[in-house]
Design a protein around this ligand. Structure first.
Ligand code: NAP
Ligand code: MG
Length: 401
């Protein structure tokens, strides 16, 4: 069989620990035999980041800006323990954070649905994609504990030194205060990324805030979304037969629970933090969650939502058998290959991505899966496979399609 040709390289960001092991297996077994794989390779493994003073992360983000599509393996975000363990020069920042900031992107997370791994919420038939605004609000706050009586005020001083003041509270006793902010430009980017992704995936877009209570702050989010939608997207949405729907956050939560799924739920930073963990755990497994970073100008970076699966890696290093789920990492590759195929007009590449996803799902639905899924499946007669054998089974299924 002739291998599928590519024209533009994918930006390939390798990573750490168990996912780095899976990365190579996926390439060797599921991609290289079928595709004349063209990638520009960046090693974002911690060793290389430390060696290059994290320049490699910046280079990989710049390459993504240049080519438009990247696929990323999970990476270690160093903490104090890792600085010690890996003898790091510095506690390097999270690569995901660096890349997100450079691309000004929004992260969309979606579950992979298979028969036999049913969501806790019975009526969720289709995936719910969660988009979280990744800037500001409580994540960039300033807080104070107040020891006793006094007046707390909001003060804004403009460039000319003119002050605007508002009283927060006349304290009679001890209490707490918090200052938060957001920036119109960031909200606009978030809105455009959401509208573009909805068009791209032909799904409805939902957005919710608490604008009835927060009449200026949350209302500003609502207004920016509404204005950009009317000006730039309404006609495109009509043409695509999809809708943009705004409601209050508590109403959204109630509707989400009763929905069939199949839409994108855009959330403010805190709502997204909370709701993404709720939605992903209700869909079954972190190992079945994909994640894509989309910039407002249409640059895509695909990855799995889970981390480097450190615990499994340590078993692997001791020579013990692992049963680590590679599905989300495989779907990161298929997402990136399909997008590359779409942009370059290579139908075979898109078809291959579809086929590999189908083979992966079919393998699980036939009862062959990794341990994490075996523990939660409703299927009977399940075969639990180790990390490598699971990938080999997917290849066997792929070769029958
Ligand atoms: P994790 O790697 O997601 O793993 C947490 C636990 O979830 C695992 O121990 C495992 O449970 C289960 N799990 C996750 N993915 C799985 C898979 N593919 N197959 C089977 N089980 C899976 O999170 P972590 O242990 O908290 O973090 C490890 C490292 O990853 C950290 O250094 C962190 O900084 C990094 N991280 C990176 C990213 C990213 O690059 N996007 C995201 C999150 C975390 P059992 O052990 O019970 O089997
Ligand atoms: Mg969280």
């Amino acid at each position: 069989m002739e291998k599928i040709k590519m024209t533009t390289p994918l930006v390939e960001m390798d990573g750490d620990e168990m996912t780095r092991i899976l990365w190579k297996m996926i390439k060797d077994e599921l991609l290289l035999p079928y595709i004349d794989l063209k990638t520009e390779y960046y090693d974002l493994g911690l060793v290389k980041r430390n060696e290059t003073n994290d320049q490699v992360t910046i280079d990989s983000a710049n390459a993504t800006k240049k080519y438009g599509v990247a696929v990323k393996c999970a990476t270690i975000t160093p903490n104090a323990a890792r600085v010690e363990e890996c003898n790091l020069k510095e506690m390097w920042k999270s690569p995901n954070g660096t890349i997100r900031a450079m691309l000004d992107g929004t992260v969309f997370r979606a579950p992979i649905i298979v028969k036999g791994i049913e969501p806790c919420v019975k009526n969720w038939e289709k995936p719910i994609t969660l988009a979280r605004h990744a800037y500001g609000d409580v994540y960039k706050n300033t807080e104070m504990k107040i020891d006793g009586p006094g007046k707390a005020e909001l003060v804004f001083t403009d460039e000319n030194g003119v002050e605007t003041r508002a009283t927060i509270q006349e304290f009679k006793g001890p209490g707490i205060i918090q200052g938060i902010h957001n920036i119109d430009k960031s909200i606009e980017s978030f809105a455009r990324a959401c509208f573009n992704y909805a068009l791209d995936t032909k799904q409805e877009l939902w957005f919710a805030t608490k604008d009835t209570i927060s009449k200026k702050y949350d209302h500003n989010f609502k207004d920016i979304f509404a204005e950009i939608f009317e000006k730039e997207y309404k006609e495109k949405f009509d043409a695509a037969g999809i809708t943009y729907f705004y409601t209050l956050i508590d109403d959204a939560v109630a509707r989400v629970m009763k929905s069939k799924g199949g839409f994108i739920w855009a959330c403010k930073n805190y709502d997204g933090d909370v709701m993404s963990d709720m939605v992903s755990s209700a869909f079954g497994s972190l190992a079945m969650m994909t994640s894509v970073l989309v910039s407002p100008d249409g640059i895509y970076e695909y990855e799995a939502a889970h981390g480097t699966v450190q615990r499994h890696y340590y078993k692997h290093l001791k020579g013990e058998e692992t049963s680590t789920n590679s599905v989300a990492t495989i779907f990161a590759w298929t997402g990136a290959l399909r997008k590359r195929g779409e942009l370059d007009g290579i139908k075979e590449l898109c078809d291959f991505a579809d086929k590999l996803e189908k083979a992966t799902i079919k393998t699980i639905e036939s009862g062959k899966m990794t341990k994490d899924l075996a523990l939660i499946t409703s299927l009977k007669d399940v075969t639990v496979l180790n990390s490598r054998d699971f990938i080999t089974e997917i290849k066997n299924t792929l070769d029958t399609l």
